[in-house]
Design a protein. Structure first.
Lengths: 171, 171
């Protein structure tokens, strides 16, 4: 009997815990929430577009989207629906000696070593404080600090015409 | 009865036709065969890598692969198995005024108007004369002429270490 009561008490505690959010310090409640885990299977997602950032970034990359994202892009659906997930895969923009030899001139740049993976996840409730988007940045699979992530939304917030997402679909 | 005989004759003719290739002029038999139809569903295929061609080409693009291609790339399987299909989607490499305004400096280049779609299809029998690869080039969905296609294989033939395919997998 004691065991049953203990089990019931435990269950009741679990139900209460799932309804009532744990108390958090005031400053944490006010600060934005970030994506701290890379969505599984992202490397299999579909191609949205590609971009090259010159200058200090010296980067070439692609944006891939999950099924929800891909359909929204194809149909021009804005704002992006909850469940949209986007990953930007970034690589060093490096000259390809091999290709240049074939072309006979220095013109070819390819994706070199991967630098980071950036993530945007749409969940209008969870990420209400940042336009409905959760932002993530990963190097070698490890998430960036909250301090590093702070400028993400203020910058994306400038893209008001396209639900805070810079990249457009490449046909 | 006549109808049955006619049907049998037709069937026999179909079987013979599927076994014996139609006679072709000698020069056509010697010349390579090209891919003249874009594989359906290619835009849904998975991302292999991205590249930027500077100079006159001024192009940014990606290589996508069908399931056979993607698995072969992931497993490092060489030569690529029959059924491998690769498409290179090329776009004008254009400055993004919108992104540059946000970054505060001219550094961002994105995929502009699409220029062409190039295709490689592995079929070691059909394309035996060109290393087992059929090459295709499409502008606005229309295939290039045979004359235009002639330099494809001689150029790819230089890539002996990677089964005549330049692009490597971007992780």
């Amino acid at each position: 009997m004691r065991r049953i009561v203990f089990f019931l008490l435990l269950s009741a505690a679990a139900v209460v815990a799932s309804i009532v959010p744990a108390a958090r310090p005031a400053d944490e409640q006010a600060s934005p929430v970030f994506v701290t885990k890379i969505p599984s299977g992202y490397r299999d997602w579909r191609f949205i577009s590609t971009a090259h950032e010159a200058g200090n970034l010296n980067s070439i990359g692609v944006l891939l989207g999950n099924e929800v994202a891909f359909q929204a892009y194809r149909e021009g659906k804005l704002p992006f629906p909850d469940g949209t997930m986007l990953v930007a895969l970034h690589y060093k923009h490096v000259a390809s000696d091999e290709n240049n030899k074939v072309f006979g001139q220095p013109q070819s740049f390819v994706a070199g070593p991967p630098t980071n993976v950036q993530v945007m996840v749409k969940d209008s409730k969870k990420y209400a404080a940042t336009g409905g988007w959760g932002f993530g940045h990963f190097q070698d699979g490890k998430p960036a600090t909250s301090a590093f992530m702070k400028p993400c939304f203020p910058c994306h917030a400038k893209e008001t015409d396209h639900d805070f997402v810079f990249t457009r679909y490449a046909p």
